[in-house]
Structure formats: C-alpha cells, structure tokens
Design a protein around this ligand. Structure first.
Ligand code: NZQ
Ligand code: ZN
Length: 388
C-alpha cells in the first residue's frame, strides 16, 4: 500500500429526523446564518419550511442566498461572497446537492479572502491562509459526496473551464443527512447521482496499486451496494433502506477513505467536467456515456483489476473465458446496467449536437496521472468521437 495521511474533519449526523434533532444545536454559536439553496426544490418538498422554522425558533437572523444553479459558476460564487460580507453572515448553511455545497465552499473562502479565489485556488492549487466562513450542510440528493470533503467544482464561464480542487480547510464543519429528504429527487436525477457514486468508486478502484489492499476490497462492496440499492430505489423511491444506503455510499465514495493508498484515475471526470464547461451536460449522465468507452480503451493496461471487477462486482464466472474476455464481459455488464437504469449512451442524448466542437473540448481536458493508460488529447478526442 502507498503511504498516506488521513483526516476528515466533518461531523456527520445521519438518519431520519437528523435535521430536526441537531440543526438548532449546530447553529447555536452563530447569529446571522446565510441560508443557501438551489432552484427551489426545497420549497416544494417542505425542507425549506422545516429548516426556516428551526432557525426562526432559535432566534437567528436569516439571509437567503438562492438560485444556485447545477454546475455553479464563478460569478455565482462572487455574488454569494458579496452577500456574505454585506450581511456580515457568520456562518453558511448550504441546503441541497453537490452544486449548492460546492458553491458554498468557494463562497466561504471568497468571503474571507482579499484576492481573486479563481486565480489563486482554482486555476492552480493554492495554500489557504485565511479562516473560511464556517459552513454546515444539509444534503438533499445523494451523488457527489461533497458533504464530507473539501472539494468544490466550479465553472468559470468566461474561461470555459470547469474544475475542482479539494482543500481540507473547506470541509463542512457538520453535515446533516436525512435520507427522507432525498425521496423527492426525480428518478432521472437520482439515477444520475447514483452513477456519479459508482463512478467515484470506479475511478479510484481502477488505479494502482493492484496488489492486495483493503481499499479495493471496500470498494467492491460499495459498488455492489450502489448497484443493488439504485435498482431498489428505482422500484420504490420511498424505500428508506435503499435511500439511506445510497446516501452513505455517496459519502464513503468521496470522503477520502477509499482513496487511501490508491493513485486514483478520474480521467472520466476530467472529460465530463470539460463537456460541462462547453455544454449543459449533466454530471452523472455525462459520466455514464464516457465510462464504458473509456474502459474499452484502457482495460488491457489494467487487466487484472478489470478481471476482478467482472468477477467480484458483477458476479461473472470464468466459464472458460480468457482474462481479456472476462474483463470485457465486466465492461459489458456495466454498459448493460447503464441502459437498464435509463442512463444515456451517447453524447447526442446529452444535448451535445455539434461534433466539430469535440476537438476543442478534448484539447482542454486535464490528463490524469493515475490512469492505467496515460491519455493523450488525441485519444480523448477518439473517445468523444466514439461516444458521439
Ligand atoms: O436546484 P434545486 O431546485 O434544488 O434542484 C436540484 C437540481 O436541479 C435537484 N434536487 C436536489 N435535491 C432535491 C432535488 N430535487 C428534488 N428533491 C430534492 N430533495 O437536483 C438537481 C441536481 O442538483 P445538483 O446539486 O446539481 O446535483 P449533484 O449533487 O449531482 O451535484 C452536481 C455538481 O457537483 C459537482 C458536479 O461536477 C456538479 O457541478 N461534483 C462535486 C464533487 C465534490 N464536491 O466532491 C465531486 C463530483 O465528482 C462532482 O464533480
Ligand atoms: Zn462525480
């Protein structure tokens, strides 16, 4: 196993009723709370009323920062930072999915930092030497695992770059996670989030080292859990067992635990992020299109792991197959699952209509240092063309 340092500073309160039970206590030290949310789903499903009721009863001054879009922009981050400063908010409460949580992490930093956070922390890795505004999150959709990491994926529309950085100082102080809050997520978005979870695990699993390590064992169990529980939640969106497993699978996928000792790939994420910078491609749906095609490009370089994936995740027996045939059967099983749960299989289905833009998008993609096969921009373009 490779050397590592592990820390995760977010305190999680998980389960039915966790917001009612813990929100007042977690916001106690603060007077002015900046309540941040997205396009309004929390007003339809009652979460907004529940949260506001608790804050009101606790005597808080609430400042609202709303309209955080999917794939939050740098402009939105700057708007939030201005509001946080003007209102002298002393904490941010982010209620939503990855987009709301990520935007608020960047706002928490921008509110306390004098310079340009894009240039100093997202365009390139930086060193955070200020105390960001305290951040607490209430998760409403499972997928990114953003509640338990310092990662924030921000889109700079002017520069056409969507990129994420993970700063431990931006970990939320607390995360309240009530699986019941995810019941109202539309099936299409639930499936997209479910695939994002699976993708985070696969992007970690398919990387060095291949020798025996407990992270790979945990990941096989996690992948089976995501597959099983996504199927169950599609059948019954109010299946508490399925929803709670998906929610915690999501956290475990991105709270750094499974990355310990692993190199990590995340080339598909690099590709999806740039698709998202140029188009309005949905994160999980974009990943679903890319993964099987990407894996057919790299499986030979990571053959033993792809064989394990076929056998231990999809339960495929060898039955006279060669390693290569078994590896391909595993990738076929992944592709069949993508179709089964109604995810797209082509870029056109994602709304990417203009083939001629693919070269510029491919050239803008980051190259992963942890992939089994080091990509070139030419090969990324080939993958995009095959996905088209
Ligand atoms: O905006 P509202 O109205 O709230 O609707 C949202 C949004 O339309 C809706 N939704 C959320 N909870 C709901 C609900 N609808 C009904 N009921 C509920 N309970 O779901 C839609 C999608 O929300 P969003 O936050 O955009 O989704 P997700 O959690 O998938 O986040 C995606 C963003 O996170 C980034 C992605 O790139 C993308 O920008 N990522 C962040 C990561 C991280 N910080 O670690 C890692 C990921 O790989 C990812 O890149
Ligand atoms: Zn993701």
């Amino acid at each position: 196993m490779n050397n590592f340092i592990f820390q995760n500073s977010t305190k999680v309160y998980f389960g039915k009723g966790s917001v009612k039970e813990y929100l007042a206590c977690k916001t106690k030290p603060y007077q002015t709370v900046m309540l941040a949310y997205g396009g309004g789903s929390i007003k339809k499903n009652g979460v907004y009323d529940e949260v506001c009721g608790i804050l009101k009863e606790a005597g808080k001054t609430v400042v609202e920062f709303s309209g955080i879009m999917a794939d939050p922009t740098y402009a939105k981050v700057q708007e939030g930072a201005r509001l946080a400063r003007e209102s002298q908010a002393d904490m941010i409460l982010a209620v939503g999915g990855g987009s709301v949580m990520d935007c608020c992490k960047a706002v928490a930093l921008a509110a306390r930092y004098e310079g340009d956070i894009w240039e100093d922390f997202w365009a390139r890795p930086g060193v955070i030497n200020v105390d960001p505004l305290p951040l607490g999150v209430i998760v409403t959709v499972a997928g990114t695992g953003s509640e338990c990491n310092g990662g924030a994926v921000i889109t700079n529309e002017e520069k056409k770059i969507k990129t994420g950085r993970d700063y431990p100082q931006l970990n939320p102080q607390f995360a309240l996670m009530d699986p019941v809050y995810t019941y109202s997520v539309p099936v299409r978005q639930m499936v997209s989030g479910g695939f994002d979870i699976l993708s985070h695990i696969m992007e970690t699993y398919f990387s060095e080292p291949n020798e025996d390590n407990v992270s790979d064992d945990i990941m096989e169990a996690l992948m089976r859990s995501v597959i099983r529980n996504l199927r169950a939640a599609i059948q019954n969106p109010e299946d508490y067992t399925a929803r709670s497993n998906l929610m915690w699978d999501s956290t475990l996928g991105e709270n750094r635990l499974i990355k310990m000792g692993k190199k990590c790939d995340f080339e598909c994420h690099n590709m999806e992020h740039q698709l998202g910078a140029y188009t309005d491609c949905n994160h999980g749906r974009g990943l679903a299109v890319l993964h099987p095609v990407y894996y057919r490009h790299i499986y030979r370089e990571g053959l033993p792991k792809f064989v394990r994936f076929a056998q231990n995740v999809w339960g495929i027996e060898r039955e006279g197959r060669t390693d290569e045939e078994l590896a391909l059967a595993g990738i076929d099983a992944l592709a069949a699952f993508i179709r089964e749960v109604g995810l797209p299989t082509t870029l056109r289905e994602l709304g990417v209509s203009d083939r001629s833009m693919l070269k510029e998008i491919a050239d803008s993609c980051g190259i992963s240092q942890g992939s089994y096969k080091k990509m070139t921009h030419e090969e990324i373009l080939e993958i995009f063309q095959e996905c088209f």
